[in-house]
Design a protein around this ligand. Structure first.
Ligand SMILES: [Zn+2]
Ligand SMILES: [Zn+2]
Length: 151
């Protein structure tokens, strides 16, 4: 299965006139190991601690390419920058994001998915993808937030 992903990545790069470098291949390898929500800087830093030489710019650019070919999902999870997650072998899902502890809870709701498709259809819009993030406080943080009067 992963072989097909590397092949697809290579073909995409070729079509875009970009080189399939060892740096890009390493980034894809690292991404496929991840099972969490991460940002580009975290990935770059972790690769560097593993002794892998990658430039920050290449990590950013490569994650965008991986998003284009559907390997990663991209979402703004409570911070101004983007988070990514490996979507290989995973189903589409939406996120609840805690503004206090940054916890991310994943969920799938068939009704929400269906309604979104209906809205697009009724407006003559062809959906390519969507991303839904709900921001608030998790059950653990609700009492903490109340006590501290944070909002
Ligand atoms: Zn929380
Ligand atoms: Zn997720």
């Amino acid at each position: 299965m992963n072989e097909a992903i590397f092949e697809n990545f290579k073909n995409y790069l070729r079509n875009e006139g970009l080189k399939y470098t060892s740096e890009r291949r390493l980034i894809l390898t690292e991404v496929l190991k991840r099972r969490d929500h991460f940002d580009a800087d975290e990935l770059a830093a972790e690769m560097r601690t593993e002794g892998l030489k990658v430039s920050r710019a290449t990590v950013y650019r490569t994650l965008d390419i991986l998003h284009e070919i559907g390997v990663v999902n991209k979402a703004t999870l409570g911070h101004k920058h983007q988070h990514y997650e490996n979507m290989v072998g995973r189903q589409h899902h939406d996120h609840l994001v805690c503004l206090h502890c940054d916890k991310v809870i994943e969920f799938v709701d068939e009704e929400i998915e269906k309604r979104q498709e209906e809205v697009c259809k009724s407006l003559g819009f062809e959906m390519k993808r969507h991303s839904l993030q709900i921001f608030g406080y998790c059950s653990h943080c609700i009492p903490l937030v109340k006590d501290n009067k944070i909002n």
